[in-house]
Design a protein around this ligand. Structure first.
Ligand SMILES: Cc1cc2nc3c(=O)[nH]c(=O)nc-3n(C[C@H](O)[C@H](O)[C@H](O)COP(=O)(O)OP(=O)(O)OC[C@H]3O[C@@H](n4cnc5c(N)ncnc54)[C@H](O)[C@@H]3O)c2cc1C
Length: 549
């Protein structure tokens, strides 16, 4: 289906002048996670001359970097996988309901090998700048000591790939070892017999804490904000279950694409939490709690839209926390104060009960703030904690961090960073005015992190590949979002978010975890089907809102 033979390079790159040049490409893709790999696959099918530039030494993106203990997927394995190849679906076998990081990384490696992708990827190659040439209509991309020229520059740099740096006073003086969850080393970290401190209680910490607690002599958890976490109830997938999934993959995928969150398994209730009796409501929450996973926020249709409805779900989870945690003061400290679903809800295995262990302490850093790191541990306002290891689980500069870490300059040398000073501005999350022939996969203003990312990645990559195919067939040189379409889209993204409860707390969706980042709701909260339909219609209507020359 995608076998058309284009050879853009000789046509569009005057640098080449008929001679092969290693660094001149039709397209450069930045990032070799699931987005970059699938984009590469699609562009190779179009017979384009493509290279992927990747900072890491191998494929996998998120699953390459996040090797911390307990790292696993919050989405079900069956859904958190590519749908583009039936053969791949049939030959790959997931073992668990929720896959662990090693297995997802193995899957990424399998995909790279199976589709012969590796030879098109330059590893250990960090891109530092990308500059558009108005005259030649191409991008000059600098990485390490090399320069690449490409007609298209495709950002597959990841939504949650730029970890926050631990800017703690005194860190240099620490004589133990310290680790960042989002940049975990390849070799196993030995916690046995060690006094460990972990800073942060977001998703990565929630996964790591129960595992570290089992090994460490003592674990001190430093918490700023309590987060909601729901039990995974992870389990092995049965042979019959796998057989049935394999026989029904196409139905499962179609359901996922029709689901707001891009996951077939997420059943969205059709009633308000407030229109049923308290008993009915509790019963529905209980069923979902026992089922495991993120479903509680979608048991009723207004939990993320109506504060009163939200409180019913929030109170249910808080009552569970109090049931699980023996010490009522710790239970209260672990009970979130914001609404449920405002911040990313976590999925865990034994998170809350870990606080019943004798070797685990919880410190509220709002009451006892961290003052400095000292050679033998952490000094707070009221205490000194002697530590051998510090784990920083302090989150990401999400959604824009990886993009803005690159000095991207578009038409007239315009800087993307300057353009986005007051928040990201894109059309559909795919393109930004002034930056022609550049695409962002799951960029700001698209559903991305509010969904099963595999569904959103594939939808974006397919759209971009079809767009490039169209441009090449029609011999067009430049593709750029119009300022009018972009302004309207930015306003639409904002309006949709305002209709939810997402603005009611400080979350990384709003950039609140990064000092100085503008408070703007970054992803598109309108759901996958509505969004995908808009993208499709725009393309069908001759790429409405884009200027094509
Ligand atoms: C701990 C964790 C758990 C997650 N769990 C889930 C989940 O349960 N379900 C879900 O749907 N999503 C989850 N996500 C989101 C996850 O990021 C996506 O599902 C998916 O892996 C994104 O793929 P990607 O290729 O777009 O980005 P990434 O996997 O982030 O890959 C981006 C790649 O770009 C590279 N890169 C970035 N900048 C540069 C540069 N300047 N030069 C060269 N290379 C660069 C990076 O090194 C990286 O390899 C999770 C994320 C994290 C961090």
């Amino acid at each position: 289906m995608y076998e058309e033979n284009f050879h853009l390079t000789s046509k569009l790159n005057p640098y080449k002048q008929g001679e092969p040049s290693l660094n001149v490409f039709d397209a450069v893709i930045i990032g070799a996670g699931f987005s970059g790999m699938y984009m590469l696959y699609r562009l190779l099918k179009l017979k384009l001359n493509v290279i992927v530039l990747e900072e890491a030494s191998d494929v996998g993106g998120t699953w390459y970097w996040n090797r911390y203990p307990g790292a696993q997927c919050d989405g079900e394995s069956i859904e958190y996988s590519y749908s583009f190849s039936e053969e791949l679906e049939q030959e790959w076998e997931w073992t668990h309901r929720y896959s662990t990081q090693p297995q997802i990384l193995e899957y990424a490696n399998h995909v790279a090998d199976r589709f012969n992708l590796r030879k098109h990827i330059n590893f250990n190659t960090r891109v530092t700048s990308a500059q558009y040439n108005d005259k030649l209509k191409n991008w000059k991309i600098k990485a390490n000591t090399d320069t690449y020229i490409a007609h298209y520059c495709i950002m597959a740099t990841g939504s949650i790939s730029s970890p926050n740096k631990p800017n703690f006073k005194g860190l240099d003086s620490f004589q133990g070892q310290w680790y960042l969850t989002g940049r975990w080393p390849k070799n196993e970290v030995d916690f046995i017999g060690k006094r460990v401190g972990i800073i942060g209680t977001g998703s990565s910490a929630v996964q790591a804490i129960p595992v570290i607690a089992q090994q460490a002599k003592h674990l001190t958890v430093f918490q700023r904000t309590a987060n909601y976490s729901l039990p995974a109830h992870n389990r092995l997938l049965g042979k019959e279950e796998i057989k049935s999934v394999k026989a029904n993959y196409s139905t499962i995928r179609a359901k996922a694409r029709n689901n707001r969150g891009g996951a077939a398994g997420t059943v969205v209730g059709n009633k308000s939490a407030l229109e049923v009796t308290a008993k009915e409501r509790e019963g529905a929450f209980e069923i979902q709690w026992n089922e495991g996973g993120l479903g509680i926020t979608s048991v009723f249709n207004d939990i993320l839209a109506d504060k009163k409805a939200n409180i019913t779900a929030a109170n249910f989870v808080k009552s569970k926390i109090h049931q699980m945690v023996g010490d009522p003061i710790t239970a209260e400290l672990l009970s979130p104060k914001n609404i449920i679903g405002c911040k990313r809800v976590c999925v865990d295995t034994d998170y809350y009960i870990t606080y019943n262990r004798n070797n685990v302490d919880l410190i509220d850093i709002n009451v006892d703030p961290i003052e400095t790191i000292i050679p033998n541990g952490i000094k707070t306002s009221h205490n000194i904690f002697d530590l051998d290891i510090i784990v920083f689980a302090i989150g990401y500069d999400a959604l824009t961090g990886a993009l803005l870490a690159i000095d991207i300059r578009g038409k007239d040398n315009k800087s993307l960073k300057e353009k986005w000073t007051h928040g990201p501005r894109t059309y559909l999350g795919l393109s930004s005015e002034g930056f022609p022939n550049m695409f962002t996969i799951t960029g700001p203003g698209s559903p991305s992190v509010l969904t099963n990312m595999m569904t959103s990645i594939e939808q974006h990559v397919d759209w971009i590949a079809e767009c490039i195919k169209f441009l090449n067939q029609s011999g067009k040189m430049e593709f750029e979002a119009s300022i009018e379409a972009e302004n309207k889209w930015v306003q639409h993204v904002e309006e949709i978010a305002q209709g939810t409860l997402r603005y009611s707390c400080n979350s990384w969706y709003l950039g609140s975890n990064v000092p100085g980042k503008p408070r703007v709701f970054i992803p598109y909260a309108g759901g996958v089907p509505t969004y995908a339909e808009k993208c499709y219609t725009i393309a069908q209507n001759g790429y409405q809102g884009f200027v094509i020359t």
